[in-house]
Design a protein around this ligand. Structure first.
Ligand SMILES: [Zn+2]
Length: 94
């Protein structure tokens, strides 16, 4: 591709993510798989800091603006956090 991950992140304008892979699929679309590198969250319920990540597992495919003329999609598995202090409510990203 000749595009560095750093340049891609700048182009995409997405904070707190890390690129795992970049590929061109059979339809000629650029697929950029990313993961969140944000650490920790605050519980909605009790307000305590939580660090136990849990992945719902369903990857989301987001349409992005074209990069270098390629139709571009971001693939990301949303990262959530689970509170161990109360009834396992999901945390809020900070
Ligand atoms: Zn809590």
């Amino acid at each position: 591709m000749g595009i560095s991950p750093e340049l891609l992140l700048t182009i995409l304008g997405l904070p707190n993510i890390e690129i795992e892979s970049v590929s061109l699929n059979s339809a000629g679309e650029l697929e950029i798989r990313v993961k969140s590198i944000t650490e920790g969250a605050v519980c909605y319920n009790c307000g305590r800091r939580i660090n136990k990540p849990y992945y719902p597992g369903k990857e989301v495919r987001l349409r992005h603006l074209p990069v270098c003329g390629y139709p571009t999609y971001i693939l990301i598995a949303p990262l959530r956090y689970q509170c161990e202090h109360c009834d396992g409510n999901q945390g809020k990203r900070i």
